[in-house]
Design a binder for this molecule. Structure first.
Ligand SMILES: Cc1cc2nc3c(=O)[nH]c(=O)nc-3n(C[C@H](O)[C@H](O)[C@H](O)COP(=O)(O)OP(=O)(O)OC[C@H]3O[C@@H](n4cnc5c(N)ncnc54)[C@H](O)[C@@H]3O)c2cc1C
Length: 424
């Protein structure tokens, strides 16, 4: 029996475990299905990590090691590698996690609290309905990142990238460094979903064209990819007849979105927010099931790992407080929550509810649905403005936040709803 089980040993799981330990949790288990801690950061060998959290520019593995080393040295944190959680069975007093590992076989583990930190996976070709044959040479950008950075293998020479998410942009530069010819990045939307700094540093600096409002409508080749047909799309994102163009290539990289890995979460009956694909949580990242927390990319797709760390520390501290109350036999009154809402121009807000008497105030993280210039972010409840800030540019690829102060939160009338909206 553990106090806390953390599922996933990426940056989210490690930060949550360390913060829980710092807040007094005595026995913590991290379950990680891979043979190493660090999650996806292990394959991200470029720099750009940690500028907000450490105020240093680190590579992915360097950022991961800032957490791996203290986790491994902490006697109160046990790590099981090669251990995959298969099922989460929520209970009243304790929760049960069913896991399997090569060394231990099938495990039935119990804990007072659980942190879900399983990250996300990439959207595959099957989700896109691209017509044509099924040759080798069509892979996700993340798979190519692993081949190139971890396995020392170049998966192609003439490359087209579909989707301008950050992983695709990073891989455009990486493939160029390795001697491949990246012909273009095609993006369905009229804007890129990646960070502006990645468009400049990964495409513009290398003369790689970004074709907006453009998609791949067919792939060609029998055994191996020989080319793709691209076409422009209209405002309803439908291909425009007559704009087709054949592009010879032997590798098509897909960078068309990430899907939070919430199979365990759904199986446990945790309510999911359709806008994020992750659990509905409060300000401590506790889900609707008491003692079950969620953080990192499994909760919502983050742009920067620095925010993953900050969010996961909230979950770790929240789990520690939950365990402390349980151990002390304290019964807590059902908290009074204020729901949060995505208003005009906003796609989603996390957390989806905030406790009224949260002493630290609450930061509301959100993403916008389109590109806005010289915009104002406004937070209001019941018609009354609570906060506003000016932003020269807002883009869907960049996560934003706005804060509500503790006193403002406490003074909200019954039935109030916190809404974030964008004014042009
Ligand atoms: C392919 C890919 C490439 C990326 N590249 C970049 C990049 O270049 N730059 C950038 O800023 N961000 C990048 N990201 C975003 C990056 O994922 C986040 O910043 C950060 O790594 C998220 O941390 P996390 O701990 O939530 O998830 P992850 O790092 O994905 O860690 C989740 C961990 O949970 C484990 N896990 C999942 N399910 C189970 C289970 N059932 N049982 C046990 N363990 C489980 C996984 O093996 C993994 O180790 C990338 C994401 C992906 C998917």
């Amino acid at each position: 029996m553990y106090d806390l089980i953390v599922i996933g040993g990426g940056p989210a799981g490690m930060a949550a475990a360390l913060e829980a330990e710092k807040n007094g949790v005595a026995s913590i288990l991290i379950l990680e299905r891979a043979e190493f801690l660090g999650g996806i950061l292990r394959q991200c060998i470029h720099t750009g990590f940690g500028m907000h959290y450490f105020r240093e520019e680190l590579t992915g593995p360097e950022y991961a090691d800032r957490f791996v080393v203290p986790v491994e040295q902490n006697p109160r944190i046990e790590v099981k590698l090669g251990a995959m959680a298969l099922e989460l069975r929520p209970g009243g007093e304790t929760h049960t996690v069913i896991a399997v590992s090569k060394s231990d076989g099938l495990l039935e583990l119990r804990a007072k609290a659980v942190v879900l930190a399983m990250g996300c996976r990439e959207r595959p070709r099957g989700a896109l309905n691209i017509a044509g044959t099924r040759p080798a040479g069509i892979i996700s950008a993340g798979a190519a990142q692993k081949y190139v950075n971890m396995d020392g293998f170049l998966p192609g020479n003439e490359v087209v990238i579909l989707g301008s998410g950050d992983i695709g942009l990073i891989m455009a530069r990486r493939m160029t460094f390795e001697g491949a010819h990246v012909k273009m990045v095609c993006e369905l939307m009229p804007y890129s979903s990646g960070l502006t700094r990645n468009i400049v540093q990964c495409l513009d600096d290398f003369g790689i064209p970004l074709k907006l409002s453009c998609t791949v409508v067919a792939v060609h080749g029998k055994e191996r990819l020989e080319g793709v047909t691209i076409a422009g799309v209209d405002e309803r994102l439908k291909p425009i007849p007559g704009t087709e163009e054949e592009v010879p290539c032997d590798l098509l990289l897909l960078s068309v979105g990430l899907i939070p890995e919430n199979e365990l979460t759904r199986g446990a009956g945790v309510p999911i927010d359709p806008a994020t694909g992750g659990a509905i949580v409060n300000q401590n990242r506790e889900t609707a099931l008491p003692g079950i927390f969620s953080c990192g990319n499994v909760l919502h797709v983050h742009d920067l790992v620095d925010y993953v760390t900050l969010e996961s520390q909230l979950a770790g501290a929240g789990a520690a407080e939950y365990i402390r109350r349980k151990n002390a036999g304290e019964t807590v009154r059902a908290p009074e929550y204020v729901p949060t809402k995505a208003g005009e121009g906003v796609r989603y807000v996390v957390p989806q509810q905030a406790e009224k008497n949260e002493a630290a105030g609450v930061k509301l993280y959100f993403r916008v649905g389109g590109v806005h210039k010289n915009a104002v972010v406004r937070l209001y409840a019941n018609g009354k403005e609570l906060a506003r800030k000016k932003r020269p540019r807002l883009a869907p690829g960049e996560m934003e936040h706005i804060e509500i102060a503790p006193r403002q939160l406490a003074e909200l009338p019954e039935g109030a709803e916190l809404t974030v909206e964008i004014l042009e």
